[in-house]
Design a protein around this ligand. Sequence first.
Ligand SMILES: Cc1cc2nc3c(=O)[nH]c(=O)nc-3n(C[C@H](O)[C@H](O)[C@H](O)COP(=O)(O)OP(=O)(O)OC[C@H]3O[C@@H](n4cnc5c(N)ncnc54)[C@H](O)[C@@H]3O)c2cc1C
Length: 377
Amino acid sequence: MKIAVVGLGGTGSAALRFLACAGHQAIGYEQFRIGHENGSSHGESRIIRYTYPDLLYTQMMSDSYKLWFELEKEADEELFVRCGGLYFGDKNDEDVRITEQSLIDTNLPYDRLTAKQTQEKYPAFHLQSNEAAIYQKDSGFLRATRCVQANIRLAKAHGAIIHEETKVQGIYTKDNKTFIQTSSGEEEYDRVIVTAGPWMSSLFKDLNLPLTPTRQQIVYLNINDHEEYFQANGTFPVWIDATENLYGFPSDGQIVGIKLAYHHCGEAIKDLDAERAPVDENYLDEIRRYAKKRFPNLGTDVTYSQTCVYTNTPNHDFIIDQVPDQSNVFLVSGCSGHGFKFTVLLGKIISMLATDDNGYERDLTRFKINSFLKDSK
Ligand SMILES: Cc1cc2nc3c(=O)[nH]c(=O)nc-3n(C[C@H](O)[C@H](O)[C@H](O)COP(=O)(O)OP(=O)(O)OC[C@H]3O[C@@H](n4cnc5c(N)ncnc54)[C@H](O)[C@@H]3O)c2cc1C
């Protein structure tokens, strides 16, 4: 089949690779350059973990991990750094409790640690006596930009064609034929997969997709002393503070300092194509305040900072569906700030759906567009 993929971030690049590997005529469109920094899939690190306060996501991560390992093997480069992960919060935090239950239900190994045990094992972390942690050894981080580039490289090696700096202006279906419009004209396809992240709504205005793109900020702070406490060799796991809603990484070996950020949604972006403001001063102060309490060996100097976009649905579930009234068109979006670890799986699932393969074993009903419409009633 001749299949277009619109948007080559994490999900689209993976879909393109799967289609090309399966022998389809796969053509990718990206409005910027591959690996650009205007969307969501760029940077040195994205957390990967089984630990989810939701059984279906924990189960889907079993599928996703396998695909990341395959990609890493095929690409023959390090894409996944397995440094373990700490998921912590107040002892009574509901998310911590449900996350632990999901690990039990899926038979995944983990350790439950008190504040004192956490600091003994991971000396950079200072938890309070009212807090507890779950440690899961398979967590770590994905080198996001490299993952996208690896997918694209392998897709090309399997015959995919990539149109960079080519914005898709419209997608329409007439007499059961589907067309893509760009500034160079129209092209007909058997199927079209749209993985346009935060730009999705602009391509499907009539669908009223429940998507809100928000501006997100990340910060790297310098290490004042004990550099050895912050390494990705098992000394400093990736971490999520479920109660205060922050997360962070060990030293990634590329950018000086330690990356940390708030997970809560920033302000809604009205114009995705407008230049984005740099990281706010008060955000930096909040991060410094948190770091002083949690990681006393960190300093207050910002060694790097960046903004990025989340594409949020109201309940933070993904959207994975066929477009109503355009049966040749399939879409994935709404990764809601936690989707990178799934992008390889989402690319696989959507490439299967678009090629009439209903073999994915899990029930994805809750990710259909209609489920969100029901939710909002
Ligand atoms: C700061 C930050 C931290 C995050 N941390 C984590 C984490 O630790 N773990 C995790 O799992 N997830 C994390 N995420 C979420 C994750 O990065 C995203 O969910 C994921 O990258 C979304 O990928 P995507 O392919 O759906 O979208 P995108 O990466 O946005 O890709 C969409 C692509 O479509 C292109 N496009 C759009 N419209 C058109 C058009 N009309 N024509 C051609 N091309 C078009 C865009 O240019 C873009 O390249 C984080 C996100 C951010 C912003």
